[in-house]
Design a protein around this ligand. Structure first.
Ligand code: GDD
Ligand code: MN
Length: 367
């Protein structure tokens, strides 16, 4: 397979030349290297240009007008490679934190997988030379991201990764929302939910000797907050989003219920009890349709209403109503309250909570 190593650079003038030489000693004869430079003021790009005559048709430079972050640099580089027929891609930093000696092992592992991750967080992997603080940030960040995303990859933030063209296709690069370092997390997450087979191999990551890291507190904080965006962009709503939508839907159902109740009893003079029961079923049916097509819907998913699920949702709504009444009576019986409606607040909250939980886990359950 035609193999391309991509190295993003921003002010890596001390590192790029020795790295290029070291890499050509490790990668196959027909493999290429693409340096993506974001117009580094330290003239990294000129250094690469001067090297190109020594590695004709193998060393390439993609110059970009300004510092737009790691994600855009990588996406442009992947697209550059795909249009030129490359089928296998390696991401690596320019600063020797990623040792080229691991490449042959990664090339071997990629034969049977869609992606190979150079991992610091599995047995045999490690970080060398980082301050205690940076280690805690990185490990904590990785764990936090894994928990929120429910992604089994142990080194989500690392930047030493190999991808097949097929994996990149499944990731849908044009839908990536991250700008900076979180890009690495988003790539792996998307590959995971697309069903790619991902292999982690242990690496020793050593801190750079020349130049400075572009990671900052601001970038780190941004990353923490944007994890949620990654999940949403991949079509996975968080439970928080779903519950807010669910309660809005419940509110709309209540309005429908009240309008019909008013029209049938106050205006048309029909008896309250049967009208009230009818109102409940109409409102619950409306809730079913809205929850189905909005609250619990993944962005790209097709939606098909189903009679069974409608029936199940009506049952769940009845269960919610039952819980509501039970809690109302309980609070009423055991607590002395200045107003009765306070007991009903507890009743409604409990009923809706049960309704939401059972709806999510049973009626609108997703694989
Ligand atoms: N083109 C371009 N544009 N390159 C960039 C940019 C940018 O905006 N920002 C950083 N780079 C390049 C750097 O020149 C370097 O080659 C690589 O991206 C990684 O940047 P570093 O500044 O060396 O990152 P680090 O060592 O702090 O971060 C390491 O840990 C991160 C989190 O675990 C790396 O392994 C990252 O890949 C990893 O995401
Ligand atoms: Mn680095």
């Amino acid at each position: 397979m035609k193999f391309l190593t991509i190295i993003p650079t921003y002010n890596e003038v001390e590192n790029i030349e020795p790295l290029v030489h070291a890499l050509f000693g490790q990668i196959p004869q027909d493999a290429g290297i693409l340096v993506v430079d974001d117009n580094s003021p330290d003239r990294t790009a000129e250094t690469v240009e001067n090297l190109i005559p020594r590695y004709p048709r193998r060393l390439h430079l993609l110059k970009r007008p300004g510092k737009k972050g790691l994600a855009q640099a990588y996406i442009a580089a992947f697209e550059w490679g795909i249009t030129r027929g490359y089928e296998l891609f390696l991401e690596m930093d320019a600063d020797f934190s990623h040792n080229p000696a691991y490449i042959p092992g990664m090339l071997k592992a990629i034969q049977t997988h869609d992606a190979v991750i150079g991992s610091r967080n599995i047995k045999g992997g490690a970080v060398e030379g980082w301050s205690f603080c940076r280690t805690v940030l990185s490990k904590g960040g990785s764990l936090y991201a894994r928990m929120i995303l429910g992604c089994p990859v142990k080194d989500l933030t690392g930047g030493f990764n190999m991808w097949t063209k097929n994996a990149l296709k499944q990731i849908s690069l044009n839908r990536i929302v991250s700008k900076g370092y979180l890009f690495q997390v988003e790539m792996k997450y998307r590959a995971h939910i697309a069903g790619c087979s991902i292999k982690e191999i242990p690496i020793l990551f050593s801190d750079r000797k020349y130049g400075i890291s572009k990671m900052s507190k601001k970038i780190f904080l941004e990353a923490l907050l944007n994890i949620w965006k990654i999940k949403k962009a991949a079509g996975k709503d968080t439970a928080l989003d779903q519950s807010i939508k669910f309660f809005v839907t419940g509110g709309l159902g209540t309005i429908t219920n009240l309008i019909i109740f008013f029209l049938c009893t106050d205006l048309a003079g029909l008896p309250e009890i049967p009208v009230s029961i009818a109102c409940f079923f109409i409102a619950a049916s409306q809730n079913y349709v809205i929850n189905h097509s909005w609250s619990f819907r993944a962005s790209k998913e097709k939606t098909v209403l189903s009679v069974t699920k409608w029936g199940a949702f009506l049952c769940v709504s009845l269960l919610g109503l039952g819980v509501n009444i039970a809690v109302l009576n309980f609070v009423f019986a055991y607590f002395s309250l200045p107003y009765k409606f306070i007991a009903q607040i507890f009743g409604i909250t409990a009923g809706m909570g049960v309704n939401f939980a059972v709806s999510k886990m049973v009626v609108f359950r997703r694989e």
